[in-house]
Ligand binder design. Structure first.
Ligand code: INS
Length: 336
């Protein structure tokens, strides 16, 4: 039996997941699209033949339209979808962030813990990128000695109008708050934010780029260049400094051209192409896990909660300055 997936939110990411499930994922189909905007719903439905259209998650659940839910709405609408989906005991893949703050994330954890096991997988897709995986393998192997520092670049060409200054942390650095502790095998201990000279091309409401410095419990120091108005393209790259070696991932790898006195390499313009293979792997593994009955195969809601705690510290550091500590509580056995 094919897994019937309801995609909630048919914006850029949701519409991309609809296409992915229809054309590239084995063992699943999009059975429902939940989207209040009629235009978006209709556009996405064209990529999901036979799917039903709903304007609310409650209606889709009442109609029994799915076996699993993929949440791709903007972050502030995650909690109102997660709650009824958990009540209905449905497996869920939730795009980042889990919710907007640690308090509402805790509420979700409490609801989930009333079920027999974790039902929520978090959409931290970088963990499914083969280069990130190779870097993690290198850290674990110890071949280059201990990891000392991580330099991360996170550059977007531009951001939508709905993107606020705090979202530099909660919508963007949120990825580094998940993937760097995963790479380094150690949680975030503190966060600091520095402001270089402001990019005059940034939307007026944004004071960026920013430099985020995080210290991990194991002493690894991480700096993240978060830059969302670079104009030219989409880049996510990392240089890891070890005791006896350096490793680098995320370099441009597109078409190389020699032309009119220049050498050029095609680079990405959006996360949709930059992480396409990672999204494919993430969704395929989630679908396989749900069909096997494991329900998740990747970061869980506890990981989402830890990231929410780091984001809170990050927003405080962004707005008030200083080095803000992060207290990482112990992982409950339910999420081991
Ligand atoms: C997007 C998405 C991208 C990230 C952007 C963010 O929502 O999560 O992966 O690079 O900064 O705004």
């Amino acid at each position: 039996e094919e897994l019937r997936v309801a995609v909630v939110g048919a914006g850029m990411m949701g519409a991309d997941h609809v296409k992915r499930i229809t054309h590239r994922i084995a063992g699943a189909r999009v059975s429902a699209i939940v989207e209040p905007d009629a235009g978006r719903a209709e556009a996405a439905a064209a990529d999901a033949p036979g799917s039903l259209a709903f304007t609310s998650i409650e209606d889709a659940i009442a109609a029994g339209a799915m076996d699993a839910v993929l949440i791709a709405t903007p972050g502030q609408f995650h909690a109102p979808v997660l709650k009824p989906a958990l009540d209905a005991r449905l497996p869920i893949l939730c795009e980042k962030p889990l919710t907007q703050d640690s308090e509402s994330s805790l509420e979700i954890l409490e609801l989930e813990q009333q079920l027999d096991r974790p039902h929520i997988q978090l959409g931290f897709m970088r963990r499914f990128d083969t280069e990130y995986q190779a870097l993690r393998d290198l850290v674990v192997s110890g071949e280059s000695g201990e990891l000392l520092m991580v330099r991360a670049l996170h550059r977007n060409p531009s951001v939508p109008e709905s993107y606020t200054n705090d979202m530099l942390i909660t919508d963007s650095v949120v990825h580094e708050f998940d993937v760097v502790p995963w790479l380094a095998g150690s949680p975030v201990k503190s966060v600091e934010v520095k402001h270089p000279r402001r990019n005059s091309l940034a939307p007026e409401r944004l004071k960026e780029p920013i430099l985020v410095i995080m210290e991990l419990e194991n002493g690894v120091l991480v700096d993240v260049e978060m830059n969302v108005s670079v104009q030219f393209g989409y880049q996510v790259a990392t240089e890891a400094v070890f005791e006896k070696g350096i490793a680098r991932i995320g370099q441009p790898s597109g078409l190389q051209r020699w032309d009119a006195g220049f050498f050029r390499v095609k680079d990405h313009e959006s996360f949709v192409t930059r992480f396409a293979a990672a999204y494919d792997a993430q969704i395929q593994r989630w679908v396989d896990a749900v069909r096997r009955g494991d329900l998740i195969d990747g970061p869980n809601a506890w990981d989402g909660y830890l990231v929410a705690l780091s984001c809170e510290a990050g927003v405080k550091a962004l707005n008030e300055g200083g080095i803000v500590p992060v207290e990482a509580p112990e992982r409950p056995a339910f999420y081991a």
